[in-house]
Design a protein around this ligand. Structure first.
Ligand SMILES: [Zn+2]
Length: 75
C-alpha cells in the first residue's frame, strides 16, 4: 500500500514555466570596457573598500552593505 493519505489535489498546472518576477541587478550597466581596462561608473564605499559600490539615488549615494550615505547637492 503506497497510496498517499488524504491530501488535497494540486491545482492544475498552468501552461509553460512560471515567469520570474525577480529583477536583475543589471551589473553590466555599472561599468564600461575600454580595451583591457574596466572603468567603473559608481564610486566604491569608503568604509567597505573596493568591491562595494555606492548605489545612485536621486539625491544621494548609498552603500548597500553598511548603509553609508553621501548626499549629492545639485548646483
Ligand atoms: Zn559600505
Amino acid at each position: 500500500m503506497a497510496a498517499a493519505k488524504g491530501g488535497a489535489k494540486k491545482p492544475a498546472a498552468k501552461s509553460g514555466p512560471a515567469k520570474s518576477t525577480k529583477k536583475t541587478r543589471k551589473l553590466h550597466t555599472l561599468y564600461t570596457l575600454s580595451g583591457d581596462k574596466v572603468q567603473r561608473k559608481n564610486r566604491s564605499c569608503p568604509k567597505c573598500g573596493q568591491g562595494y559600490f555606492l548605489g545612485v539615488h536621486a539625491n544621494r549615494l548609498v552603500c548597500g552593505k553598511c548603509a553609508y550615505v553621501e548626499y549629492v547637492t545639485k548646483k
